[in-house]
Ligand binder design. Structure first.
Ligand SMILES: Cc1cc2nc3c(=O)[nH]c(=O)nc-3n(C[C@H](O)[C@H](O)[C@H](O)COP(=O)(O)OP(=O)(O)OC[C@H]3O[C@@H](n4cnc5c(N)ncnc54)[C@H](O)[C@@H]3O)c2cc1C
Length: 444
């Protein structure tokens, strides 16, 4: 007889680590397992650039907005590691990303007996007994199967590389989520890049240029963006309310047109823009290079990439100036796409169904465009082949439905995990006489 876990969590990044805390604090009797493809907890390891800071208020951590008294808060991490006073004395507005990555790892480490590492989930199937949907079979890349009544999927978003670059099928084009590991392989092979392009106008694009300039003293760098220049993030506190829980309800209830307008209005609070400190720093560094006739960082603006092709171990980019229509060719030995991640949708930079849901998508009630539909509680809209008491939850891939305040930041992960757990418990209680706690209270 199959023994089903109550929940299998897929991925053990911040979203599902936050869920693990909520389960421990609210429903410790639940039988849960998390499957993580990495060999350890590492928060965006390829984007841990020296000196960079986090983008969220540190108290909007994995638990504080839900339970400020928790053991797992960032403040308690500092206390437990003996750093509280030193940290509070730092002349920084936001903590270093490296320290926050340590915090996330510290929290996740408490759940070692609930996580299996080196387990990449490659498939999710439904399991039926006597034609009744009983649960899910989750298969990992080592061929093992795991069974559960509910699944919470939190694999992070799919990296996006524009198709004009992807078509070149070149190893010289990488997404920035592979940057540090690619650089160390190239260094080990004795192929340290000498001429690099960084595509995009995001926070990451600017951080990468600053990092590479420092890392490789003999390297020429071109930042290529279709904008007029690197834009500063919209840091107005009024706009910052996008990271309030109320905004998720507001956004969720908006119609399609309203959502599109809100996305346009809020875009620069998080995307296609960078913080003032890094923009200023880059500008000053380029200026200093130029007045000492030693310029090696160039920002190429208003340009669209028309073509990319690998010729003689070089990557040639053909660019067009969006306003003068002038065409130019530049070649590089490495092109880094700092072009973000895919949202749900039909545009070029979107995906209808995240790859991890491919096999199970025949049981999902997709919309008229073939995209997944996510309900307010983060459960997927499913067909009748999925029993109501066997929910599939998405933890984090919800920008299209819940807005960028929910999906694009750590700010709301703790509250989201509570909604997810609440939903799962209420559904599991409908079906089986399992000894689960009463419906837990939602934040108001
Ligand atoms: C470079 C970068 C910096 C960011 N900085 C901030 C910030 O400072 N502040 C902020 O609020 N937000 C930030 N964000 C946005 C967001 O908060 C983070 O992306 C956050 O890490 C999302 O957490 P997650 O758990 O949903 O996804 P992830 O952090 O991507 O974690 C997903 C986990 O799932 C695992 N996984 C994936 N596929 C599988 C599979 N098939 N099987 C098993 N495991 C799998 C991965 O290995 C990973 O451990 C940043 C995003 C990026 C890309």
């Amino acid at each position: 007889m199959i023994k089903y876990k109550d929940i299998i969590g897929i991925g053990f990044g911040p979203a599902n680590i936050s869920l693990a805390i909520t389960i421990e604090e609210k429903a410790p009797e639940m039988d849960v397992l998390f499957l993580e493809s990495n060999q350890d907890i590492v928060w965006h390891p390829d984007a841990q650039f020296a000196g960079t800071d986090i983008q969220n208020h540190p108290l909007r951590d994995l638990v504080t907005p839900r339970n400020p008294k928790s053991h797992y808060s960032f403040t308690n991490f500092l206390k437990e590691t003996g750093r509280l006073f030193k940290h509070l004395n730092l002349p920084l507005t936001y903590p270093l990303r490296k320290e926050y990555a340590q915090y996330i790892k510290w929290v996740g480490g408490h759940f070692y007996n609930k996580v299996q590492y080196n387990k990449r989930v490659i498939n999710i199937d439904i399991v039926c007994e006597n034609n009744i949907h009983k649960g899910y079979k989750v298969t990992t890349d080592d061929g093992r199967n795991y069974f559960s009544k509910a699944i919470v999927i939190a694999p992070g978003r799919t990296p996006y590389i524009p198709s004009v670059l992807e078509k070149a099928s070149s190893k010289r084009i990488i997404h920035f989520n592979k940057l540090i590991s690619t650089l160390s392989s190239l260094e080990n092979e004795g192929n340290t890049p000498k001429n690099i392009a960084v595509i995009g106008g995001s926070q990451s694009a600017v951080e990468i240029i600053l990092d590479l300039r420092n890392r490789y003293k003999n390297c020429t760098l071109h930042g290529i963006t279709r904008s007029f220049g690197y834009r500063q993030k919209d840091a107005s506190p009024f706009m910052g309310e996008v990271y309030f829980p109320e905004h998720c309800n507001f956004y969720f209830d908006a119609n399609k047109k309203g959502k599109e307008e809100l996305d346009r209005d809020l875009l620069f609070t998080n995307y296609s823009a960078a913080d003032k400190d890094v923009v200023d720093s880059l500008y000053v560094q380029i200026y200093e290079e130029s007045i000492t006739e030693n310029q090696r960082v160039f920002v190429v603006t208003n340009r669209e990439i028309m073509q990319a092709e690998e010729i003689n171990n070089r990557l040639k980019l053909t660019l067009i100036n969006r306003y003068s229509n002038q065409i130019e060719e530049l070649d590089f030995d490495l092109v880094i796409a700092a072009t973000g991640f895919r949202n749900i949708g039909i545009d070029e930079n979107q995906e209808r169904v995240p790859p991890i849901l491919d096999r199970i998508s025949e049981h999902l009630d997709l919309d008229e465009l073939g995209c997944i539909v996510i309900h307010r509680d983060y459960n997927l809209r499913t067909l009748s082949t999925i029993a109501e008491n066997r929910p599939i939850m998405l933890n984090g891939l919800c920008e299209k439905s819940h807005g960028m305040g929910d999906a694009g930041s750590l700010s709301l992960v703790s509250l989201r995990s509570e909604i997810i757990l609440n939903h799962v418990i209420s559904k599991l209680q409908q079906g089986d006489p399992v000894s689960l706690p009463n419906r837990i209270e939602l934040y108001s």
